[in-house]
Write a new protein. Structure first.
Length: 373
């Protein structure tokens, strides 16, 4: 029987491999002649070659060694920046003492303990209609308004519901307030910010001062935010200034039946042996602004929090920062809504700029389309 595994001294497997290689080369040539395939391949190569990490890897070892030295310098810069923010905190403490007499007077005007003088009450409005009134005519109108106000309008003490109105005006705060929280917040007389003492760990305390009320016996509710101003050892380049790392609330001494942070529910329970049914009552957590004073604790044992807890904690930190940086220093502007309007105008301006940039980009694309049909 003839052996078909060889042909002219060449194994058949080798012939088959040669045929396959020849076919592959022909296909490769055809693909590489396709301009769309070449363009896609070039784009892929460009994206890979232009990434920073891939570029660094191509540098000589001596250059990479110098880059490592620059990173060490950058870490040292981060530690100097941390010291800078510590001194900023000291300055905040210093100027907080200068602001406080003004904030104390603000509280007296709000509560009605002190009536502002005519000079303290004078404020020039930008209202155009008032600007058109001149001379005696304007004086007559002002006198008439004062007489009418005296005769008809009530004269409540201080500025009623001042802080409660701020809660209603600010979306971030109004979202936390339930209907049953509102009567309590109407007793809020002041919010203060206290900074940590010199030499103590960086922190600040929010103090909520309440007048006597039917809900709890505390005159002051506090929330302490602990801060850190040092680069993370594992990721020093992420440092961007002090950050809130944890917070502590306080115990609210609720009067009997007035605790809005819990609600009582009734539940039927069946006895397994006797089959009898009884009704039991139990208390469960209830949504309320006053849960703000029982915050979730940051994990201090190295264990990571779940996603919902992380979000809750981040929101708490954001609210604390907002009270400290915006609401307390500019309370009257949040009461009148002017601070909110200014913020909305700023955001609308940013959106307009983004739309304009998008329009420019679309225009560039159209120009490119005209040049390269």
């Amino acid at each position: 029987m003839a052996d078909n595994s060889f042909s002219d001294g060449v194994p058949s497997d080798a012939l088959e491999a040669a045929k396959n290689a020849s076919h592959t080369e022909k296909l490769t040539d055809q693909v590489m002649q396709n301009p769309q395939v070449l363009a896609a391949l070039q784009e892929r190569l460009d994206s890979v070659s232009h990434t920073p990490s891939s570029y660094i890897e191509t540098l000589p070892k001596a250059v990479r060694r110098r880059i490592n030295a620059l990173k060490q310098l950058q870490v040292r810069c981060a530690h100097i920046e941390a010291k800078f923010y510590e001194e900023v905190h000291d300055l905040e403490r210093k100027y907080a003492a200068l602001y406080q007499p003004l904030f104390d007077k603000r509280r007296e005007f709000i509560t009605g303990d002190v009536e502002p003088t005519d000079a303290e009450s004078e404020w020039h409005s930008d209202n155009e209609e008032e600007d058109k009134l001149a001379g005696d005519m304007k004086n007559k109108v002002v006198i008439a308004e004062k007489e009418a106000a005296t005769a008809e309008e009530p004269n409540p003490k201080g500025i009623p519901e001042f802080w409660f109105t701020i809660f209603r005006n600010v979306d971030m705060l109004s979202e936390l307030v339930q209907e049953y929280d509102e009567p309590i917040l109407k007793h809020l007389q002041d919010i203060k910010v206290k900074f940590s003492d010199p030499g103590q760990p960086m922190s600040f305390v929010l103090e909520f001062h309440f007048e006597p009320n039917d809900y709890f016996t505390n005159s002051v509710l506090t929330k302490t935010y602990k801060m850190k101003s040092e680069p993370d050892k594992a990721d020093p380049f992420s440092f961007e200034g002090p950050e809130i790392v944890d917070c502590d609330g306080c115990v609210i001494d609720w009067k009997k039946g007035k605790n809005v942070t819990v609600k009582t529910i009734k539940k039927k329970q069946k006895h397994k042996g006797r089959g009898t049914v009884r009704t039991i009552t139990k208390q469960v957590p209830n949504d309320s602004f006053f849960n703000f004073f029982s915050p979730l604790k940051a994990s201090g044992d190295g264990e990571s929090l779940d996603e919902d807890s992380e979000f809750t904690l981040a929101s708490d930190f954001e609210i604390g920062h907002f009270f400290r940086e915006r609401v307390v220093p500019r309370a009257v502007l949040y009461f009148t809504g002017e601070a909110i309007e200014d913020n909305d105008s700023f955001e609308e301006g940013e959106e307009g700029e983004e739309e304009e940039l998008e329009g420019d980009e679309e225009g560039e694309d159209e120009d490119d389309a005209d040049i390269n049909p």
